[in-house]
Design a protein. Structure first.
Length: 177
């Protein structure tokens, strides 16, 4: 039996935001300076999307675009996928797993009140990794999200993109080896 913990108890209450009209270079600098992997995008003060490291890789770098000429609203993921602060953490984890995302803005009455990440959930629910490992050993790993953060079971290096390979959670360098 698991405890019923609302998202409000584990979320970051000061999510970093950026205006939809800001440039990709401005967004990247904020993410670098704050050492964060995403920014919630605001248009007219309301959350309308999220821009992540993956958006920069897939939509800017891979397309060979100049970040100073791209606006955030053109690369953000939208519509925003969010959760209510009083929803259970288990529901947040389920949404992240189903949608293969690592961050959920927390919105109440149309207002951004926080953000909850996969790491926030794993800090209070570390046995989740053990549960997913057991499912992998049973051949059911496709039911869980890929790209988990933690230490590689092959080399021990910390990674933000662990994936299942031969019943181990491994970093990109150890996959297929």
């Amino acid at each position: 039996m698991r405890a019923r913990i609302p998202v409000v108890e584990i979320m970051t209450t000061t999510p970093i935001t950026i205006a939809a009209e800001a440039t990709a270079v401005e967004a990247a600098k904020i993410m670098r300076d704050r050492d964060i992997g995403s920014l919630v995008v605001l248009a007219d003060g309301k959350p309308t999307g999220i821009v992540t490291e993956r958006d920069f890789v897939t939509k800017v770098a891979a397309s060979d675009l100049q970040p100073s000429r791209i606006v955030v609203k053109d690369i953000m993921t939208s519509p925003i996928v969010a959760i209510h602060p009083h929803e259970e953490v288990a529901e947040a984890a389920k949404q992240m797993s189903q949608r293969k995302i690592r961050r959920l803005p927390v919105i109440e009455e149309g207002k951004l009140v926080g953000i909850v990440t996969e790491n926030d959930i794993l800090r209070i629910w570390p046995q989740l990794i053990e549960v997913t490992r057991e499912y992998a050993r049973a051949g059911l790993e496709s039911q869980f999200a890929q790209g988990i953060e933690g230490h590689c079971e092959a080399c021990g290096v910390y990674s933000t993109s662990l994936m299942w390979d031969r019943n181990l959670l491994v970093c990109p360098e150890c996959r297929g080896g």
